[in-house]
Structures are given as structure tokens and as C-alpha cells.
Design a protein. Structure first.
Length: 701
């Protein structure tokens, strides 16, 4: 019998999930159970076995990284050009539909997509105009995003509130914000989905067009969908109900972004004929890790029960340490990492340290520096959020959409042109009177005889630059970027590092159409540009979603940190905090270390801490517990000081050496120089040995 490459290397439940192609399907995919393999193989199965055109399989996930991985894996089984595939994030898929159809909603197809930074900039401007305390902008941005995730418009909110606490000032700011977006022909991330839902609900012909086009829907990370995203999927599947959703309710950790775990919990009510398949075989972690994490998540009441198991056995238990303070905790983590490294059990890049809040990273960084352990902090800053990149992209956006006031405000005086706040305010006031964009208003003001010559010179130079760029044909985004850089003089006073970033941006735009490039930049995220690290990874528990590491440390397991103090009064949020801990635990493949401190400096004062309630959920047989009662000083390097240069030596970490008695080994540590050089070598025959080079009679291999 011929081997079926799509199915033969799968377990029984994975095969069942792939072969079920008629009607709704809910796949409850436990952590590390191979859900991406199921989704990509199902795509290939539908195309090859069921003969569906690849362009008729609408596939959505949550990150560009995941979408690109899906395309690559699908490409291993299908030879068709994936450019026509509908495989992408919710935002990119909706952007694609709206580029074709948004005229039905009164927008122009060349709309601009505002990212989080643009959104915040516009909200701050509106709050200033309304004489509302500007520092509240983050809360306003968050509330508006949550409202859009629930498909609540400004008019809906002003009419009935959001079901929690009504705030008329918020309603007015939301209404003004949407008005400004529409006037600028711009959409924010949440609009991409909310307006696509509106488009499909209000235009039956357009809805029928897309339900006919998409014969099958595949949804990844379904537990993270909000109301708007779920409604979109319901609309697109309304003609045939051929929808497969894959997710894990135990890994729903984005309530603060509007994610609604009830979508996955109630899927069977919304689709009564849905088949449910559980993927419970784990291919990532050891059974010890699964037993410990499983006992934690089992305490949540609102969940679909799963019992993860694996063929990966290990004698190493999960290890928990209770220490005196955060410095001792950090020191212990650093020493443990170095010990594992010196014993050859892992490389530094195999290790991750996870924490609930970013402020916890400081002590860990200090301790790693003291031990000369390389590391990198995975932050939420995207390449496209760097100032110089945002500036250049704002030029592009204004050139392609002159109504974009946010981009204009950003670059009107960058580089400096002598256009001050008073001039900008004058333009804004006139634009408000005219009901026009700032750029159009400036063009009208330049024709006035009453304005000062200095105003006309400075503003006229800027207007001329933008119009010149707009009327110059550019074949690709790279051509436009080069033109912008040359005509604007932006690079003249820039430091070398920032110049290199701009040149990298230009290089990345080669051969790409302008609109496609702007969409790609707007829809990118911080994780799209993560490079493989050679050192220990430091990141928050939320950022760790979707990643895996051989060795994981989770620090700060204390009441008020995990669970977070803001979640204490909400049973629903406590359940989400427990899911967050579970996600962190299941990132570990081979080893998992947990720790908490008796005292910790939080918000400029030292506080007594209690171990996290979640630790009580771990059964004693699944965890080795260590309590350190005596506090020892932690020798850490001051953050501002540079590390001393590594000593020059014939032997470097990682090189191979040969000993006359013990044979070949790998150098794991090296200190001193000249005749005082000492090295630690891991020999296969005898294990770890600390040697003085001048006495050891070693030979480099």
C-alpha cells in the first residue's frame, strides 16, 4: 500500500481532525500537541484529496510569524504558488477584503492603516482639544479597543454604555476619534475587523461573494478570538458551515485585549452539529512537566477537560525554590544557568527566564551580567516603531494619502524646518473651520495675502516637497523611500546606527509595490523580527506564548505578581492568571524551575511577599521544593558599567581539547590569562574538570 505522506506520521486523533471535512469541527489542541501540523496538513488534504482550490481555503492565525510558518509547511505538500492563498492574520485578511470592497462603506481604497503609536498620537491630540487630562490616553486607547472588539460603535456606546461603567467623556472622545479617522481616510487595527463585519452584515451581495469564494475556513488559536473576530468567522461560514477551529481554552491569556474564552467554550452551542476532537498527546515536554502543569490548570472551573500525556520520560522533577529576596532569586537563577551550561546540559540559547511584569527583569539582568552570561531581553518594540523608521514611513503615508493628519504632524518639522507649535496650531484651527485636512488647509493658506512671508516660506517648502514626491512616479516602495531620503535631507544629522536602520528599510522594500509595503509595515509586530539568540532569553509570560525552550525559569511566583494584584477581586481574571502560569510552565521541554521571594522591592519600597496560590496546586510528588532561609549578598554588576573584556587565551569557550588520560572534552569556562589561565572542561569519560592550563598538558583539537 502506498505511503500517504499527509497522514502516515500522525497519531490517530490528528488524522481524524484532518479527515473530517464536512461540517463544523472543534479541535481542542493541548499545549505541544502539534496543532500547526494539523492545520497545515488539513489545508493540504483539502487541496489534494478533496480537490478544493487552495485560494478557497480561508486560513487565519494571530501572528505574521505563524502565518509565514503555515505557508512554508503547506508549500512542502502543495506546489501551487502561495501568493494567491488566503493564509494570514485576522488583520491582514480583513485588510485584503477592505482594499477591494471598502468603497461600500464610504472610504477610499487607498486608506491608511494606523498602528498603536499612530492611534495613541491621535487620541492624545483629541484629549488636548477636549481639555481632558492627556496622561489618560493609554486608558482611553484601551477602552476604545475593547469596545471595538465587542463591535460597539461610538453611537452604541453613547446610547447605552458598554455594560460596565458609562463615561460620557470617553464616548465623546471615541466619537471624535472615529470622525478624525474617517476624515483622514484611515483605519486602526480594530477597525480592520469591525468594518469588515459591518461590510458583510450590511451588504448581502458582498457577503454572498465571499461565502461562495471561501469553501472552507481554518481558524488557529481560536481561544484568543474576540467577539468581532468570531462574528467574522460566523458570517464567512454562514453559507456552508465548513469551519474547523483549533485552539486550547487553557491557553487563553489575552482578555485584556478583548479575547473571549467563551467563544471556544460555547462553540458547540453555536454549531450544534460540531464534531469535537481532543489532541492530548504532547510532543514537547516531559511527563514531569505535564503532570505539574496539569495539576495547576485542573483547578480552573471554566474549561474543557484534557489529560496531556507524552512518551518523553525524565527523572528530573519540576524544581521550586523559596528565597529571601529578588536579588537572591536572580543570583540563584544565574548560578543554576551557569551550572547547567558548564555541565554540558544546555547552551545559553536553550534557556528562558519568564516573568509576569517587565520590572522584574532588572535583577535578573544584573545577576546574569555578574556571571558573564550572554542574554537578550525580548521586548515589544518592533523595527517599524523606531523613530527614524516611523518618520520615513510617515512621509510615505502622507505622500500617498494627503489627508493623513497624524503623519503630517509627525514629520512637518522632521528634520527641523523652523515650523513651530504656534504655526501648527494656526493650521489646525483653520483646518477645523474649513472641515478639511491640514495639508489641504496649508495649500489654501499659502494663497492668502495676509499671512507672513516667513510662514509662506517654511510651510510652502514643506508642501512643495510632499507634492513633488506625490507627482513623481515610483515603480517600487524602495524607489519612493530613496526619493524621500534624498529630497527631505532626513539623514543629514542622523547618527550612523539610525542611518543603517533607514538603509535596511530601503533594502527591505526592493521590488515591492508602495501600497503592499505600507500594509506590510503597518501590520507587522515586534515578534516578526526576532532573531535567534545566542544567549539566555528574558521575556514576559505573555510574550512567551507560542515559543518553547529546553530549560525554563519562572520567577516571582508571589501573590500580587502572579496572580497580578489587579486580578485579585475577579474570579474570571484569577482563572486567566492561572492559565498564564500554565502557558509559562508548558513552554519548557526538559527542565522547569520555579521560584518566589519572601521580600521584594516593588514600586520603590520593600514588601513582604506570600508564595503564589498556584503553587499549592502542584502535587508534592510532581515537584522538588527547596527553601533557602539564609540570605547571602548577591554580587551583581552595576547596570551602567561595561563588562570587562574577555581575557585573551589560547582556549575559548566551546573549543575542543585532548587530555592524555581523559581523552577529548569541550571547554565550558575560561578565566585568567597567560600562565594563570584556568579552564573548565567537560570530558565525556570523566565529566567536569577544572584545570590549570600550564599543568594540564592539553592539546587543542
Amino acid at each position: 500500500m502506498a505511503k500517504d505522506v499527509l497522514l502516515d506520521d500522525l497519531n490517530n486523533e490528528q488524522r481524524l481532525a484532518i479527515q473530517h471535512c464536512d461540517g463544523p469541527l472543534l479541535v481542542l489542541a493541548g499545549a505541544g500537541s502539534g496543532k500547526t501540523r494539523v492545520i497545515t496538513r488539513k489545508f493540504a488534504y483539502l487541496a489534494k484529496k478533496k480537490k478544493l482550490p487552495p485560494a478557497s481555503i480561508f486560513t487565519v492565525t494571530f501572528t505574521n510569524k505563524a502565518a509565514n510558518e503555515m505557508k512554508q509547511r503547506i508549500g512542502q505538500h502543495i506546489t501551487a504558488d502561495n501568493k494567491g492563498f488566503w493564509v494570514g492574520t485576522f488583520h491582514s485578511q480583513c485588510n485584503r477584503i477592505l482594499r477591494r470592497e471598502i468603497a461600500a462603506l464610504g472610504y477610499k481604497p487607498d486608506f491608511t492603516v494606523y498602528d498603536d503609536d499612530d492611534q495613541s498620537s491621535l487620541i492624545r491630540h483629541i484629549l488636548r482639544e477636549f481639555n481632558i487630562y492627556e496622561a489618560l490616553f493609554k486608558g482611553v486607547v484601551s477602552r476604545i479597543s475593547m469596545l471595538k472588539a465587542q463591535l460597539i460603535t461610538p453611537e452604541d456606546f453613547l446610547a447605552r454604555g458598554d455594560g460596565f461603567s458609562f463615561d460620557e467623556k470617553l464616548g465623546r472622545a471615541y466619537l471624535k476619534y472615529q470622525h478624525e479617522l474617517k476624515r483622514a481616510n484611515a483605519l486602526d487595527f480594530d477597525d480592520l475587523i469591525m468594518l469588515t463585519v459591518k461590510l458583510l452584515e450590511e451588504n448581502p451581495k458582498i457577503l454572498k461573494k465571499y461565502t461562495s469564494l471561501f469553501e472552507y475556513l481554518l481558524v488557529d488559536e481560536f481561544q484568543d478570538t474576540n467577539r468581532a473576530q468570531y462574528r467574522l468567522m460566523q458570517l464567512l461560514s454562514s453559507g456552508h458551515n465548513n469551519i474547523s477551529v483549533v485552539g486550547d481554552d487553557d491557553q487563553s491569556i489575552y482578555y485584556f485585549r478583548g479575547a473571549d474564552v467563551s467563544n471556544i467554550l460555547n462553540f458547540e452551542k453555536d454549531y450544534p452539529k460540531a464534531k469535537v476532537i481532543k489532541l492530548e498527546q504532547n510532543y514537547r515536554s516531559t511527563q514531569s512537566i505535564l503532570d505539574a502543569s496539569g495539576s495547576v490548570i485542573a483547578q480552573n472551573k471554566d474549561r474543557k477537560a484534557k489529560q496531556l500525556w507524552t512518551e518523553r520520560r525524565s527523572d528530573e522533577k519540576v524544581c521550586y525554590s523559596l528565597v529571601q529576596n529578588e536579588d537572591e532569586e536572580a543570583k540563584q537563577v544565574a548560578r543554576s544557568i551557569k551550572d547547567l551550561y558548564l555541565k554540558g546540559k544546555c547552551e545559553y540559547r536553550d534557556v528562558a527566564v519568564l516573568y509576569r511584569t517587565n520590572i522584574q527583569a532588572r535583577a535578573i539582568e544584573d545577576a546574569l551580567r555578574a556571571e558573564h552570561i550572554p542574554y537578550h531581553v525580548i521586548s515589544g518594540i518592533s523595527f517599524y516603531q523606531r523613530k527614524e523608521i516611523k518618520d520615513i514611513l510617515s512621509y510615505m503615508r502622507l505622500v500617498t494619502n494627503s489627508d493623513d493628519n497624524v503623519s503630517l504632524r509627525r514629520i512637518i518639522n522632521s528634520p527641523p524646518r523652523g515650523i513651530g507649535v504656534s504655526t501648527i496650531t494656526k493650521v489646525e484651527q483653520e483646518a477645523k473651520k474649513q472641515g478639511a485636512s491640514m495639508f489641504r488647509t496649508m495649500k489654501l493658506m499659502l494663497k492668502s495675502q495676509s499671512l507672513a512671508a516667513s510662514f509662506k516660506d517654511k510651510v510652502g517648502e514643506f508642501v512643495h516637497l510632499i507634492e513633488k514626491l506625490a507627482h513623481t512616479p515610483h515603480k517600487t516602495a524602495a524607489d519612493m523611500l530613496k526619493d524621500i531620503v534624498e529630497r527631505s535631507g532626513y539623514l543629514n544629522d542622523l547618527e550612523d546606527e539610525r542611518i543603517q536602520n533607514v538603509l535596511e528599510l530601503v533594502s527591505s522594500a526592493e521590488g515591492i509595490p508602495v501600497r503592499e509595503f505600507l500594509d506590510r509595515a503597518a501590520l507587522s509586530s515586534a515578534t516578526d523580527h526576532l532573531q535567534e539568540s545566542k544567549g539566555v532569553s528574558l521575556l514576559t509570560l505573555h510574550s512567551a506564548k507560542g515559543l518553547e525552550f529546553p530549560t525554563v525559569f519562572i520567577v516571582g511566583l508571589e501573590e500580587g505578581i502572579l496572580p497580578y494584584f489587579k486580578a485579585m477581586d475577579s474570579p474570571r481574571e484569577i482563572q486567566e492568571e492561572r492559565r498564564l502560569f500554565y502557558v509559562g510552565m508548558t513552554r519548557a521541554k526538559d527542565r522547569l524551575f520555579l521560584s518566589s521571594a519572601r521580600r521584594r522591592r516593588l514600586y520603590s519600597k520593600i514588601q513582604d511577599q506570600e508564595p503564589s496560590r498556584f503553587l499549592k496546586d502542584i502535587r508534592p510528588k510532581d515537584c522538588e521544593r527547596v527553601e533557602r532561609t539564609c540570605s547571602q549578598p548577591v554580587a551583581v554588576a552595576a547596570p551602567a558599567k561595561a563588562l570587562p573584556k574577555a581575557p585573551k587565551s589560547l582556549y575559548i569557550v566551546g573549543c575542543r581539547v585532548k587530555h592524555p588520560s581523559w581523552g577529548i572534552g569541550v571547554v565550558r569556562d575560561c578565566s585568567g590569562e597567560g600562565e594563570d589561565t584556568k579552564i573548565t572542561v567537560n570530558f565525556q569519560s570523566v565529566g567536569l574538570k577544572r584545570l590549570a592550563v600550564k599543568m594540564a598538558n592539553l592539546e587543542k583539537v
